[in-house]
Design a binder for this molecule. Structure first.
Ligand code: SAM
Length: 440
């Protein structure tokens, strides 16, 4: 057996023994706004093209679907889409099929097929999700190239790689245990017990223990944690420059990082103000350079997690900071479908009744920045739940409500209220919570 084939065999054996993730079939994502928002095709498509697309009728591939937990999120976030999942491990595929059927997605299709051979499906996909997989491949570049070949011309591919910087302590632990003969060579339960005993017996001051054991105290009883970290077969780390080189080799370009606000370089300086050395450069840096500086300052991201698409698909868009009143007036507002839910509307109504502020970010588990609160103007938001709103009409409604709340002279206040609405829309739009589509 060649080295690559042997590698695939070891990875397959690991996931056949324990399909990942080990989450009960009945667990649904319906209340997990953040998970659905990230798996909704509309989110990256809007960020790239400033157009609202529906997932209905779209073809979605979960590449390396494991036990189908992400496939289910894709199905729930994109109603009416065709869902296909592939995985190296036959047992994982069987669990994924069962999971989707359990939730009523009976037409979802699953195949035991390595990513490297995705072309055998003979199909193009509008959205490909490849979560927590590429870093396991013998050559992630080969896998990424295969996925690129299965991506529709304006399709979006979400993939991720382990960060060489953030995961360095775990790579050291892997090397340590491999050198001692663990990682797929004995019975797994025995390997986990031996690894655990070894870490417990290590001096608390030992660097490996401080970096790769103590911070994960809450997981020391979880066998999946050992499997996915110390004993993971084929794991590799990458940097931002390496990731961008891989994208360029495949003719792909970045759409955005999944948790993009947390990669902001400014974020790492006091009061968000970069010092002169950085400020002088920031405007001249490429996206890859900015992200690289960010990972060098603070490698908090275990994953380099990104959306990308074929090069040349990004639509040139005037930044909203440069929009004038006319641009706003000629647009339509769509509340992101993952926020336009009955559950969130009820939450807003409860806030209104209790006189409490409503914060959109409270519903996003992932850190998309400061609270988005519109103190006292909550009632003005309600029409967003009724469907797309022509901006001009929404603004009239907003101003009418704002005027009722003030004693300031009407024309002055109307002007202020319009400005406030534009600020709110810009902030919401930058996160695709509100999608602002130019008319025509
Ligand atoms: C960590 S799990 C991720 C599962 C799922 N994507 C998720 O995030 O929940 C990695 C999965 O990738 C699969 N895998 C690894 N190498 C693969 C390859 N070359 N082709 C297809 N699947 C592969 C494994 O079998 C495993 O199910």
């Amino acid at each position: 057996m060649g080295h690559d084939a042997e590698h695939l065999e070891r990875v397959r054996a690991q996931y056949d023994t324990a399909p990942y993730p080990r989450i009960p079939l009945h667990h649904a994502h319906s209340e997990d706004t953040a998970m659905l928002y990230l798996h909704n095709l509309m989110t990256p498509y809007y960020l790239r093209n400033q157009r609202v697309v529906s997932g209905a009728g779209k073809r979605i591939l979960d590449a390396g679907c494991g036990s189908g937990f992400t496939s289910l999120a894709l199905a729930q976030a994109n109603p009416g889409a065709r869902i296909v999942g592939i995985d190296l491990s036959e047992r994982s595929v069987a669990v994924a099929r069962e999971r989707l059927a359990f939730h009523g997605f009976k037409s979802a299709e699953f195949h035991a097929l390595p990513i490297e051979r995705v072309g055998e499906l003979g199909e193009d996909f509008d959205l490909i999700n490849c979560d927590e997989v590429l870093y396991l491949l013998p050559d992630p570049g080969v896998g990424l190239a295969a996925l690129t070949g299965a991506l529709a011309p304006d399709g979006i591919l979400r993939a991720n790689l382990h960060s060489a910087y953030a995961r360095a302590p775990v790579f050291r632990a892997q090397k340590f245990f491999q050198t001692l003969g663990l990682a797929g060579h004995r019975d797994e339960a025995e390997e986990i017990a031996l690894a655990r005993q070894t870490m417990e017996r290590m001096n608390d001051g030992a660097q490996l223990k401080k970096d790769a054991w103590t911070p994960f105290a809450s997981l020391h009883d979880d066998s999946e944690w050992y499997r996915m970290n110390y004993l993971l077969v084929g794991d590799k780390g990458f940097t931002i420059p390496e990731t961008f080189a891989m994208l360029a080799d495949c003719g792909l370009e970045l759409v955005n990082m999944l948790l993009w606000p947390t990669w902001e370089l400014r974020h790492w300086f006091k009061s968000g103000q970069p010092p002169p050395l950085v400020a002088a450069q920031i405007g001249k840096l490429t996206t890859a350079e900015r992200l690289h500086l960010s990972e060098l300052i603070h490698s908090s991201h275990r994953l380099i997690d990104f959306w990308c698409g074929h090069a040349g698909q990004s639509r040139h868009r005037d930044p909203m900071e440069t929009w004038d009143a006319g641009d706003f007036a000629a647009s339509v507002l769509h509340l992101h479908p993952q926020l336009a839910t009955e559950r969130l509307k009820q939450f807003l109504l409860d806030c209104l009744e209790a006189g409490e502020p409503f914060n959109f970010n409270q519903h996003m588990r992932v850190p998309y920045g400061d609270p988005i609160v519109i103190d006292g103007m909550e009632a003005a938001l309600l029409p967003l739940w009724d469907g797309p709103q022509p901006y001009a009409e929404f603004e009239r409604h907003w101003v009418r409500l704002a005027v009722r709340r003030t004693t300031v002279a009407r024309p002055v206040f109307e002007h202020t209220a319009r400005g406030e609405l534009r600020r709110f829309v810009r902030r919401m739009e930058s996160l695709a919570y509100l999608m602002v589509e130019p008319v025509g």
